[in-house]
Unconditional design. Sequence first.
Length: 223
Amino acid sequence: MYHYQQPNRSGGHPKGQHLIKVTGEGDMSVQPDLATVNLGVITEGKELIPAQQQNAIHSTKVIQTLVELGIPQTHIQTFDYRIESDYDYEQGKQIFRGYKVTHILQVKMEDLTMMGKVVDNAVQNGVNYVSNIQFTVKNKEPYYQHALVLAVNNAIGKAQTIADSINVTLIPTPSLIVENSSSIHPYSYQPETMVKAMSTTPLEPGQIKIKANISADFHYRNI
């Protein structure tokens, strides 16, 4: 967190000066350059080993498909792997139904136009679970720095407006600036989806917003 305070050797507010406290906000709309999606293979069976083996075959085929599409191996990683026991409940009794094996891969891609093709091909080759499609930026820092400048300017404008409205003279350099928060709001498609079949659908990345927020103190003099 950035913190700036103007030196004050007198140990208090300068004589004849008073304080205005404001917040400042700044944001930038940015075209995303990175996309991620979670692709899952879920298999069920009465016996655990066959269910695991089937899951491994489908998962391997999905990974091979992604690599053939040009996704680097380093951009494909296991997000979740779990084995669960499934039960039915009849008349208050728990009846064992079988096992469910879930292997979820997180896939990153820098060519955002590939998202629809990647999802479609993955589904055709064994994926039956898709979730958390998200578009973001790889390096938000330059954009955040600009948003921070906008936030400071916004605070100065607010302080000047207040000073003008109460007919006082604002000292335009803030005596204190505190960086409150930053945020990045990616475009995302969050619902978890069990997939039976999927037609080719374009997935548009849109734009994301990067925001900065500060608090600032300004001194003013009575006219």
